[in-house]
Design a protein around this ligand. Structure first.
Ligand code: SF4
Ligand code: SF4
Length: 134
């Protein structure tokens, strides 16, 4: 025999969801607010108008994707610095190991996540592009 109770229950659930706050966003008009520990695009911290990186090679060593390229050089005061610092984001798995490994707090991960591009070259982030310009 037909009982309308399950039908009514189902309709009530549907109605309840109809008036709930939507969980989807109208991207790209509405942007997602990343969580505080979100791991997005890297940035190199700056000190005295130069990257804080001292080219110690710890981050390329620890990187499981082997996507960091560092070349060291020496300045007039015999301080070591990175003459080349590059991250290939197409290989990066955003694990954050490079940030954890850095002994001088030169590297961080930002909340930037809109990284799509049609060109492969756009995913190779050079030192100039990674410098934290804030
Ligand atoms: S986040 Fe992980 S994979 Fe990406 S560059 Fe850093 S260590 Fe390598
Ligand atoms: S671990 Fe830090 S200081 Fe060492 S190469 Fe990487 S960014 Fe530079």
């Amino acid at each position: 025999m037909f009982t309308p109770v399950p039908l009514i229950k189902g309709l009530l659930i549907t109605l309840k969801h109809l008036f709930m706050k939507p969980v989807t966003l109208q991207y790209p008009d509405e942007k997602v607010a990343p969580f505080p520990r979100f791991r997005g695009l890297h940035a190199l911290n700056v000190s005295h108008n130069r990257s804080k990186c001292v080219a110690c090679y710890l981050c390329p060593t620890v990187c499981p994707a082997k996507c960091i390229t560092v070349e060291a050089a020496e300045d007039d005061k015999h301080d070591k610095y990175a003459s080349k610092y590059e991250i290939d984001l197409l290989r990066c798995i955003f694990c954050g190991y490079c940030v954890d490994a850095c002994p001088v707090d030169a590297l961080k991960m930002t909340s930037a996540y809109e990284l799509a591009s049609y060109k492969r070259d756009d995913f190779v982030f050079t030192q100039e592009r990674l410098l934290d310009k804030r």
